[in-house]
Ligand binder design. Structure first.
Ligand SMILES: [Zn+2]
Length: 309
């Protein structure tokens, strides 16, 4: 990446994208952290996502910017994006997230393991975003920094997806609604709502995507490419799903649930991949042979769950 690196440590690298926007590239496989960002105003800093070991991000903010963090913007509620939250909740911050996950983040109500590490009292405020919220950071000049927080109508990657857009940079932080192909994760996803909403998002005027997982920012055209990728996964999972159908038809819910085992799903998807259709070849080109199979299996499981419900 051509951007200036301003920090490196703990398998994290921070890059200056503009005078007020910093991309935090983090490591998922070893550190369990998502990508994030620092948006730096004249007197305060706003961060995007709170990955595990939140204390590290807190130290980075203090070291690099010498200003308090006043807001934490969460792209969704998965652990690699929120487990660092306890480090921030003892500060005077406002946590913004999709209203659908507000309940599980407020410490008194939260059942999350991560919150047991919180020692002090919670000083944070919580704001659930229902449609769209605009934030404004003074930057010492005219105009300041506008930040748009918004959610889409459909469940996409998760039921708690929220988007953070910086209009002046034509940049959008997507969390895991857009990621590198091989890291796509489907548990709790609604693939149809996801594809539909991505195609709507693709209509916006933007140049850059800051994805939940990928070593680089991505050009905005990736939004459409990613929707296309999900469409092929959906097609493949649907074909596999229909192959389950005859033997399960007519059985009760419990029987159907019991009829489908992890091994069966694995074998079915393996057999499907052995047929080497052009969709299978496309998915392997994008995600590699191991993850191409995984994403189809995960989507198939989401279909099975939904069908059983
Ligand atoms: Zn993630």
């Amino acid at each position: 990446m051509a951007y200036e690196q301003v920090y490196q440590g703990n398998m994290v690298e921070i890059f200056k994208i503009s005078p007020y926007f910093y991309f935090r590239r983090a490591n998922l496989p070893i550190r369990g952290q998502c990508n994030g960002a620092f948006i730096v105003g004249e007197r305060e800093v706003v961060i995007v996502d709170a990955p595990p070991e939140g204390i590290e991000m807190l130290d980075e903010a203090e070291k690099l910017f010498h200003k308090p963090v006043t807001a934490v913007l969460l792209t969704h509620g998965h652990t690699d994006h929120i487990d660092g939250l306890p480090a921030w909740l003892e500060k005077d911050v406002t946590v913004y997230c999709n209203y659908r996950i507000l309940d599980r983040l407020v410490p008194e109500k939260a059942y999350l393991q991560a919150f047991s590490s919180m020692r002090g009292t919670c000083r944070a405020n919580f704001t659930g975003v229902h449609d769209k919220i605009n934030l404004y950071l003074a930057d010492g000049k005219e105009g300041g920094i506008d930040i748009e927080l918004f959610i889409m109508g459909d469940v996409m990657h998760s039921k708690g997806d929220m988007f953070v857009r910086v209009p002046a940079l034509e940049l959008i932080c997507t969390g895991d609604a857009v990621v590198e192909y091989q890291t796509t994760y489907f548990h709790g996803a609604d693939i149809r709502g996801w594809i539909y909403s991505l195609r709507q998002l693709a209509q916006l005027q933007n140049k850059w995507i800051l994805p939940g997982h990928n070593p680089e920012l991505l050009p905005y055209s990736y939004m459409t490419g990613f929707a296309d990728y999900l469409s092929v996964i959906e097609t493949c999972a649907r074909i596999c799903f229909m192959r389950f159908h005859p033997e399960l038809l007519g059985k009760t819910e419990e029987e159907r649930f019991d009829s489908v085992t992890t091994d069966e799903v694995k074998v079915l998807v393996e057999e499907f991949f052995d047929e080497r259709s052009k969709d299978v070849v496309f998915l392997e080109e994008k995600a590699g042979p191991v993850d191409a199979r995984r994403v189809v299996r995960m989507t198939l499981w989401e279909f099975i769950r939904e069908w059983i419900r």
